[in-house]
Design a protein around this ligand. Structure first.
Ligand code: IDP
Ligand code: MG
Length: 149
């Protein structure tokens, strides 16, 4: 089993999409192991998006992600890092397939609703940026035997 970091960005929260996004992932069969409703500080935003610090959109990205509350989550499942990226859809929502979160709910690249880790390294890094170990919950999801063979 793998863990990934997923955040519903301020646009997703403002647009009332928290429930729909979480429902989608519960219905898929993934397991929620951590969740926080929070404002991202400037410092945390800079760290989280550190890989983009030289990009022209960096300042806008940091002010956007700190502009309102987000939902920070950790989800667990088989191959969940790449599976989540597929469920999210391409970075530019106009390129994202219909049926994906970004394809269904977003238009602009700077308002693309969700963030998800793009690999094992970034998942580890992002989970530990947003969560302390004791904030993650290990639990038995009783429906797992109907999801995994
Ligand atoms: P990702 O969120 O799909 O992993 P990244 O390339 O890591 O995409 O970019 C991080 C975030 O920065 C994107 O989700 C998007 O909101 C924003 N972003 C990326 N490229 C651009 C751009 O060209 N213009 C404006 N915002 C961008
Ligand atoms: Mg990324």
């Amino acid at each position: 089993m793998q863990r990934t970091f997923l955040a519903i960005k301020p646009d997703g929260v403002q647009r009332g999409l928290i429930g729909k996004i979480i429902s989608n992932l519960e219905e898929k069969g993934f397991k929620l192991v951590g969740m926080k409703f929070m404002k991202v500080s400037n410092e945390l935003a800079q760290k989280h998006y550190g890989e983009h610090k030289d990009k022209p959109f960096f300042n806008g990205l940091v002010s956007f992600i700190t502009s309102g509350p987000i939902v920070a989550m950790v989800w667990e499942g088989k191959n969940i890092i790449s599976a989540m990226r597929k469920i999210m859809g391409k970075t530019n929502p106009l390129d994202a397939d219909v049926g994906t979160i970004r394809g269904n709910f977003a238009v602009d690249i700077g308002r693309n609703i969700v963030h998800g880790s793009d690999g094992e390294e970034s998942a580890k890094r992002e989970i530990s940026l947003f969560f302390k170990e004791e904030e993650l919950v290990s639990w038995n999801q009783d429906i797992q035997k109907w999801i995994y063979e």
